[in-house]
Design a protein around this ligand. Structure first.
Ligand SMILES: [Zn+2]
Length: 109
């Protein structure tokens, strides 16, 4: 895993992916818990996250959790520029930021 981001602007992307680390794999890991039981059962999670995302403790159900996971996967895949370090180095050897266009300003943490 490695996080690619720009020092000149706010552009960043999710960590690089591999066979064991990618949005779909993470969803698969949570799926057993999400699919055991009633879809309308309330899920107990961090209340600050609920508040920041417009939910109350009473309306965040297993069904909503699955939809949020799928929405997050959609956004991660949609915004992913380079899946792997190798793809990044091959397609962007100058380190040109997709956000601001500056070169040599991208960093991998
Ligand atoms: Zn930038």
């Amino acid at each position: 895993m490695a996080y690619l981001h720009c020092h000149a602007c706010t552009w960043s992307q999710d960590d690089f992916w591999n066979e064991n680390y990618n949005p779909i794999k993470y969803f698969q890991n949570d799926l057993d818990n999400l699919l055991n039981g009633d879809l309308d059962q309330v899920v107990q999670i961090d209340s600050s996250w609920l508040e920041a995302n417009g939910y109350t403790k009473e309306d965040y159900t297993v069904r909503m959790s699955i939809l949020c996971h799928l929405d997050q996967i959609h956004k991660q895949i949609e915004s992913m520029k380079y899946r792997t370090v190798e793809e990044y180095k091959e397609k962007n050897p100058e380190g040109i930021c997709p956000g601001c266009g500056n070169n040599h300003c991208l960093d991998i943490d």
